[in-house]
Structure formats: C-alpha cells, structure tokens
Design a protein around this ligand. Structure first.
Ligand code: PLP
Length: 425
C-alpha cells in the first residue's frame, strides 16, 4: 500500500479489516481473487481508449485492444454468446445502453416492480428508466411470493410494452426465461434478461440459461460472477427479432452496432481498461471447474441457510431459494429491516434492509432483509456453517436492544470467521 496519503490508505486498511473480520451476507457482494484485484489496480487506469478494439479515437491502444478482445472472447465462451460488450461501467449503465439502443423516449417498458424484487433501472420513477420511458410492472403473488407467468402474460397483453425486463435484485426463485420469451413474442416485444445477480449460476448451467432465450442480456460482473465492479451486455445466437424498423431485417452486425453505440458514445466516454482486464481475469476464473464447484456450493449454502431460517420460524418469501439469496419478511419477529440491519451490523454481520412484497414500511425502514451466500462461500463456508450463522442472526434479532448480548455475538462472529481466512487478506 502507498505511504503518501495516510488519510485514505489508513481507511482502506480499516475497510480491509472490516471485510476480514465480518460475516458478509450482502447478496450482491463477493470477494475477488488477488489476480482480479491486481488487474483492477493496474496501470491500465492511465489509458484512454474511446471506441472499440481496432476502432479507437486515441493512439497507443494496441495493447488494450488485445486485452479487451480477450475479455470479449472469454465472456462469449462463458455464456455461449455471439456478442458481448465488456465496456459498461456498471449494471445500471449496461441497462441504460440497451434502452438507448432499443427504445425511443416515451416508449413503454414492462419491468419487475422494485418493491417486489426488481431493480431501480427496471422503471422506477426515481431512475432514468422511469423518467424517460412509460412504465408498467409485474410483481409476485401475495400468497406464494412467486411470479405468476399467466398474470404477466395478461399484463403484457394489456400494456403492450416495446421491451420486457426479466430479472431481479431480490427474487430467490428460478426465473423462467423461456416463458418470458413466449410472452414477449406473443406481443412482439423485445426481451431483456437482467441477470446481474444469478449470472455466475447461469454461466455454469445451474439455473435456466437466459442467454439462450432473451434477445439481450445484461449483467453486473461483481456479484455471483466474482469479478470487478462493472457491467456487460450479452446477445446469444438468436437474431431474428422484432427490433423495430431499423432492425426488421436485422442481423448481428446491425444489432451489435446499435448496442455498442448505446454504450459508447450513447452513454459513456472512455472505457475502464483496468476494469476490463479484471473482467477478463474473472471470466477465465469463471470458466474453470473450480468455479463450477464454487457455484454449486453457493446454492447448497443458500438452501441450507433458508431451511435453518424456516426452522426458526422466519418467513422466507416464497418459502425457500433456488439461487444464492433469500428475502426474509421480519414482520412476525417484530423488528423492521432497518433495525435488523443496524443490530446485525453491531455484531459484524452485514446484511441489507430490503422491501418485501406488499410492504407497509417505507424503503428507508422496510420490513425485511436480504441475505446471500456468494461472499461467505468464497471464504470456504459450507452447509454445516449455515446453522451457526442463522443461530447468531437469531440471537441478535431477538436481543436487538441488549448491548451485552450483541457484543457477545460479535466476539463469536469474529472467532467463527477467522477460521476462514480471506485470500485477499
Ligand atoms: N440489475 C440488477 C438486477 C441489480 O441487482 C443491480 C445491482 O444491484 C443492477 C442492475 C445495477 O448494477 P450496478 O449497481 O452495477 O449499477
């Protein structure tokens, strides 16, 4: 670490300590490998490279061209894709670029309601997606907590959106992209699958393949994919799609150039070549058998954890999980999401408060918490450890005002987690 700016580097050191000694249960977080970290922190940050490999607006891009091309090729192999853009700075910017490419302002989208598990960029009124486009939403059923595809079909027929978004930030069940595609086809809509959360599980064939069914997919690279913070856009091998006038006789070239210009110059300037290099490293790691074993374990851990919560009378939305996360409605435990997040934080257990479907609390308070197993599985935790984690969470939530009990839990968390050293630590 540098010695020249203690104010910042001391804080980075402190944050590293926090990451090492805490139990990281935020569903969208993970720990990257030392190689990913080295690429992300490399001198590539010095380079401007507006444009795409072979067609840049700056000189000196020969080497970053090679790096970006390798990143693209690895991502194509990982997702069995025909086209990948590795430049989006984030998942939100990947979505913005797709909207730019496929829609004119004022056209209609159909997305997963934010308060039921969707993402801000799927049409929330506080986001560009809700400000620039007309919005309509689908949600989960009150009784089951599940998506009801017949209902989504009805909403699609009534609303007739130009683009449908399948994907979520807080939905613990498998998404049926094939069914979503049938719905989109029945009304001539474009299907965008936002696989930001389950991308790693999808890449390894553990969940249904969104790339094979959606016209376009977007993802983050830093959640289950375990890469640097960033986004990607993917297209599979399906090109005979209703992309409006311009693409009526569309082919890959036309669609990829629309998407490419949706990213640059539509929505971004220079790409982050250091992050693109780190994405390339992460894609190589994700292509390995080790990563398959990791993903299998992430899912096993989530299932084991959800079962432990159910045993202790916690209300898991939909009753369980098929992926790496779960959403817990805390209303029967008499504690809000905000209070739970704060109390758990004091015990060095990090989660995020989250709206639950049909929540009666505001997004700042919420009635629930969201929990994921991607990060703890990277540290090597297995199913047997899930019971202990749930026990600790339960102690904190049932004694959230008892300082000594929380401090006791904090010590137990610390001694429990130091048995699983963090490879960046
Ligand atoms: N899409 C979904 C489904 C997400 O869950 C997220 C992030 O949580 C995003 C998009 C946006 O990603 P980012 O935070 O990188 O902009």
């Amino acid at each position: 670490m540098s010695n020249n700016d203690n104010e910042i580097f001391d804080l980075i050191q402190e944050e590293q300590e926090r990451q090492i000694t805490g139990l990281e249960l935020i569903a969208s977080e993970n720990y990257v490998s030392n190689d990913v970290l080295a690429a992300a922190g490399s001198i590539l940050t010095n380079k401007y490279a507006e444009g795409y490999p072979g067609k840049r607006y700056y000189g000196g891009c020969e080497i970053v061209d090679e790096i970006e091309t390798i990143a693209i090729e690895r991502a194509k192999e990982l997702f069995n894709a025909e086209y990948v853009n590795v430049q989006p700075h984030s998942g939100s910017q990947a979505n913005t670029a797709v909207f730019h490419a496929c829609l004119k302002p004022g056209e209609k989208i159909l997305g997963f309601d934010l308060s039921h598990g969707g993402h801000l960029t799927h049409g929330s009124p506080v986001n560009f997606s809700g400000k620039l486009y007309k919005t309509s939403f689908y949600g989960v059923e009150k009784e089951t907590g599940l998506l009801n595809y017949d209902e989504i079909q009805k909403i699609a027929e009534k609303e007739r959106p130009k683009l449908i978004i399948a994907g979520a930030s807080a939905y613990s069940r498998e998404i049926d992209y094939k069914r979503f595609r049938e719905i989109a086809d029945s009304i001539g809509a474009i299907l965008l699958a936002d696989i930001a959360h389950p991308a790693g599980l999808i890449a390894k064939g553990i969940l249904q393949d969104a790339v094979a069914h959606a016209h376009i997919c977007t993802s983050t690279t830093h959640k289950t994919l375990r890469g640097p913070r960033g986004g990607i856009i993917i297209m599979g091998k399906d090109f005979e799609n209703p992309f409006g006038e311009k693409l009526k006789n569309g082919n890959l070239k036309k669609m990829s150039s629309l998407l490419n210009s949706g990213v640059f110059p539509g929505n971004q300037g220079g790409p982050l070549e250091h992050i693109i290099a780190a994405k390339a490293v992460a894609f190589k790691e994700a292509l390995s058998d080790d990563f398959l074993h990791y993903m299998v374990q992430v899912k096993k851990n989530a299932k084991a954890m959800a079962e432990e919560f159910v045993k202790r009378d916690y209300d898991i939305i939909s009753g369980g999980t098929d992926n790496h996360m779960m959403l817990i409605d805390l209303r029967n435990k008499n504690i809000t999401g905000k209070q739970a997040e704060e109390a758990l934080g004091k015990a060095h257990i990090t989660v995020n408060k989250n709206m639950v479907p049909f929540d009666n609390q505001s997004p700042f308070i919420t009635s629930g918490i969201r929990i994921g197993t991607a990060a703890i599985t990277t540290r090597g935790l297995k199913e047997k450890d899930m019971a202990e984690i749930v026990r600790l969470i339960d102690v904190v939530l049932t004694n959230s005002n008892d300082i000594s009990s929380i401090s006791n839990c904090k010590q137990q968390v610390s001694s429990f987690i130091t048995e699983y050293p963090l490879f960046n630590g």
